[in-house]
Design a protein around this ligand. Structure first.
Ligand SMILES: NC(=O)c1ccc[n+]([C@@H]2O[C@H](COP(=O)([O-])OP(=O)(O)OC[C@H]3O[C@@H](n4cnc5c(N)ncnc54)[C@H](OP(=O)(O)O)[C@@H]3O)[C@@H](O)[C@H]2O)c1
Length: 344
């Protein structure tokens, strides 16, 4: 007998769907069934262009279809919670784009609904499914750079699409919700800790959202993590971590393109420390590189979702984990608004 597959529907015709569609097609455990749009014409056109068998002319229609097990929510941020809740109530599992919610209270509603309706709701933070992220987390846990003292992340680009959902305050726009959320999730994941206190500053644009944001997190171990997210800068994507015994650099921590390998560089002491008057010796160092080529974290994301839905495997990103990320982000926004540190 053929193994059961998870049957997927796409909620919206968003551009990000392009990443998941080939993965669902390649997967042996998933099957793409349908796509829903606010407009029937758009749904029909999209389904035809992408060879998807069912087109739904409203979001409600996908919820009513018994052939759909999992809904991928790729709506603007401000609609994530509402539609995750509606999917759960309809008995559908949910893979929802990041950020899952815009407040801790919204995540609490999702926790309650997932539990009551017996469905999985998982945030699609692609980076968390990438083997590079678990590799770095394990290196740190094994003490490869000693005790972590600080980390830093950059995620920036120039947003040149007027009317983009990222600029709309009513839709959860802003550089932190869009970009900085990865940096916060990365810091929490690799340090395996939650921030105690945050401090932030922002530059807002004409629509009121943060165009550039500088966030600072302090962890219980004493480690600091600083990130900068921006819609108004040269594109830069990287992260690093400095510890008592080494340094890690990631050149592509939070994007994933199949033809673009990501490299983790580990610099540590080789043998005895070089004697130096001011402790500034840079000799006796060893550099190791680990290259992640041919990784498709979106593939890992959909396979992981299938394992959760079909086998009852634990989700990679639990709702409690998403809750902690949202708590840190909302504290950062509050700090930037009020111009003072915020204790979590
Ligand atoms: N994981 C990643 O790597 C990654 C990368 C990029 C974006 N994302 C996330 O994916 C989500 C979608 O981003 P995107 O850039 O792909 O979005 P997009 O292309 O702008 O599409 C958003 C879709 O939402 C639907 N929609 C419903 N109400 C809307 C409204 N009031 N205004 C605009 N669109 C509305 C539209 O679909 P219909 O017209 O068909 O209804 C639209 O196509 C965001 O949450 C973003 O954070 C994730």
């Amino acid at each position: 007998m053929a193994e059961r597959r998870a049957r997927w529907g796409l909620l919206s015709t968003a551009r990000i769907n392009e990443r998941l569609i080939p993965c669902l097609r390649r997967s042996e455990r998933n099957e793409l069934i349908g796509v829903a749009s606010r407009s029937r014409d758009t749904a029909n056109r999209y389904a035809e262009e992408h060879g998807i068998s069912k087109a739904y002319g409203s979001y409600e229609e996908i919820l009513a279809d018994p052939d759909i097990d999992v809904v991928y929510i790729s709506l603007p941020n401000g609609l994530h919670t509402e539609w995750s809740l509606r999917c759960a109530e309809a008995g559908k599992h949910v893979l929802c784009e990041k950020p899952l919610a815009l407040s801790v209270e919204e995540v609490d509603q999702l926790l309650e609904a997932a539990d009551r309706c017996g469905v999985t709701i998982q945030e699609a933070t692609m980076m968390r499914f990438h083997s590079q992220t678990s590799y770095v987390r394990n290196l740190i846990a094994q003490g490869a750079i000693g005790e972590v003292r600080m980390g830093r992340g950059l995620f920036t680009f120039t947003l040149e699409r007027p009317g983009d959902i990222r600029l709309d305050p009513a839709m959860g726009g802003g550089s932190v919700w869009d970009l900085g959320s990865y940096c916060v999730s990365f810091a929490r994941t690799v340090l395996q800790a939650e921030p105690l206190e945050v401090h932030a500053a922002q530059t807002t644009g004409p629509t009121g959202i943060d165009m550039s944001f500088s966030g600072h997190l302090k962890f219980p171990s004493g480690a600091f993590f600083h990130f900068f997210s921006s819609f108004a800068s040269f594109t830069q994507i990287d992260a690093d971590l400095l510890g008592t015994a080494g340094y890690l650099h990631l050149d592509l921590p939070w994007v994933n393109r199949e033809n673009q390998p990501a490299t983790v560089r580990l610099v540590s002491e080789a043998g005895n420390k070089e004697a130096s008057t001011f402790g500034d010796g840079l000799g006796n160092r060893r550099t190791e590189r680990r290259v992640f080529a041919d990784v498709n974290a979106y593939q890992d994301e959909v396979e992981s979702m299938a394992a959760t839905v079909l086998d009852g495997a634990d989700p990679v990103v639990t709702l409690q984990d998403s809750r902690a990320n949202v708590a840190a982000i909302t504290a950062l926004y509050r700090s930037a608004r009020e111009g003072r540190p915020v204790v979590l």
